[in-house]
Design a protein around this ligand. Structure first.
Ligand SMILES: [Zn+2]
Length: 172
């Protein structure tokens, strides 16, 4: 049964040349163009549509991955908080993402704590010796700056451990 159509095609092919050969030199190119181009354009549209979908899919995946990384790093950065405790027991909790100067005035004196680029340092103080200023900048959980004369402590909470676990959960 499968041979018959093939034979019919061969017969058609054998019969066809008489007519096609006559018309071929005159208008075969125009006929082929007019016949082929609609189909070709449909195929081209489908292919471009598919490639567009493919590129769009890649973009979505890339943006999603980038977003996850941003959230992980943002969580890491926002985790860290500077905790300023003064001699009167008052406590300020300031995210390390918030750059700025934070003056602390007590009966013992004045300190200005500065947060800059995710780190904390004592910007100025009217204590003798300026040991707190000389301690430099801190940025990791557990690090502290102490101004003994003013009984002022700046410590860091949160940070790398929680941030690392957040990245691990994203990766796994
Ligand atoms: Zn000091």
């Amino acid at each position: 049964m499968s041979i018959d159509p093939a034979n019919e095609r061969k017969e058609a092919a054998m019969a066809a040349p008489d007519t096609s050969m006559r018309t071929a030199p005159v208008d075969s190119s125009a006929a082929e163009n007019s016949a082929a181009s609609p189909y070709a354009s449909v195929v081209a549209r489908r292919q471009s549509h598919r490639s567009l979908l493919f590129v769009a899919g890649l973009l979505v995946i890339a943006i999603a991955a980038w977003g996850c990384m941003q959230i992980a790093f943002a969580a890491n950065a926002d985790d860290r908080i500077a905790v300023i405790t003064d001699s009167e027991g008052a406590t300020q909790r300031i995210p390390l993402s918030e750059n700025g100067s934070y003056p602390v005035e007590t009966a013992l004196g004045t300190n200005v704590v500065a947060i800059e680029n995710g780190e904390v340092h004592m910007d100025s103080a009217d204590c003798p010796g300026h040991d707190c200023i000389n301690q430099g900048a801190i940025g990791s959980a557990g690090e502290i700056i102490v101004c003994l004369p003013h009984k002022l402590i700046v410590s860091i909470e949160g940070g790398t451990d929680e941030g690392a676990s957040a990245i691990d959960t994203v990766a796994s």
